[in-house]
Write a protein that binds this ligand. Structure first.
Ligand code: B1M
Length: 222
């Protein structure tokens, strides 16, 4: 594998954002994902290859380690931040259409709920998995999901809720989305929800963590 790609994969996996970043200690003083992506682009490495050979595999490793409790939220956030620094460099190629994504994922925390740490992690991991993200933010009602879907036909929807009082709002949102297009897939997650609740409200999949969300979406795209 190209040495730059290998280093970039390592930088994202271990959360090395840029040269100045003191984290992680073992990579102190070395380029981070920001500089490595810049160098990879400058040396003519195809941006699609940067995404597919470095960023996506790095985030897959991160997701797997998080699922297995080998790393925790802070490490995952640093990896997501490192991936974000790479994405800043790759954004122009997404915009020009020279990088193909697997599809569009519309995500939001449901009406009444302001918790966004888990939702942001899912969005970043899914983006790292090669999807375009439309993040509607927090306290998102059914109208806004429906409108986003109208503007992005074929997108998959992701709903997050952290409160037992707001998880019930997922049901109304799923009903509205399915009424607009019964084929639209809806993925749900968040601490109080589970498989049983997912079936009850007519959603398609419950993901307990970002990695499971990425795996489900990738199955849909294959
Ligand atoms: Co709130 N809060 N909070 N809070 N808060 C909880 C959730 C709570 C469990 C704390 C407690 O009482 N022990 C409790 C809920 C109780 C319940 O409903 N049964 C609670 C409460 C009651 C409240 C308020 C009502 C408190 C008050 O004002 N009286 C209030 C509500 C505000 C509102 O939303 N309307 C409130 C406010 C807040 C803060 C603003 C202070 C802050 C949120 C800051 C922010 O998000 N920007 C906050 C926080 C930080 C928490 C705790 C401490 C941490 C939540 C968190 O970020 N976890 C939380 C207690 C706890 O969990 N220990 C608590 C880390 C995050 C990575 O995990 O979000 O579960 P999580 O996401 C996971 C998975 O669930 C999954 O992937 C993530 C990574 O594994 N996942 C998905 C999440 N969404 C997904 C979507 C998917 C797939 C997977 O697909 C679409």
């Amino acid at each position: 594998m190209n040495e730059l790609i290998e280093k970039l994969l390592e930088a994202v996996e271990f959360g090395k954002v840029d040269l100045k970043s003191p984290y992680p200690p073992q990579l102190r003083g070395q380029d981070g994902s920001f500089e490595l992506t810049q160098k990879a682009i400058e040396t003519g490495i195809n941006p699609q290859l940067i995404l597919e050979s470095a960023l996506i595999p790095a985030m897959e490793r991160v997701g797997k380690k998080f699922s297995e409790n080998k790393i925790f939220v802070p490490q995952m956030l640093m990896s997501a931040k490192a991936m974000g620094a790479s994405m800043v460099q790759l954004k122009p190629f997404f915009a020009s259409g020279s990088i193909k994504t697997k599809g569009t994922f519309i995500i939001g925390t449901v009406k009444g709920d302001l918790h966004d740490i888990g939702k942001n992690l899912v969005a970043m991991m899914v983006e790292g998995g090669g999807w375009s993200i439309i993040d509607l933010g927090v306290d998102v009602n059914a109208d806004r999901f429906v409108e986003a879907l109208e503007n992005n036909p074929g997108a998959v929807i992701g709903l997050s809720a952290l409160l037992t009082t707001t998880m019930v709002n997922m049901g109304e949102i799923v009903t509205r989305i399915k009424a607009q297009n019964a084929d639209t897939k809806v993925l749900i997650g968040g601490a109080p929800v589970n498989d049983e609740f997912c079936r009850k409200i007519g959603a398609d999949f419950y993901a307990p963590d970002p990695q499971k969300a990425v795996e489900y979406l990738n199955k849909l795209a294959s």
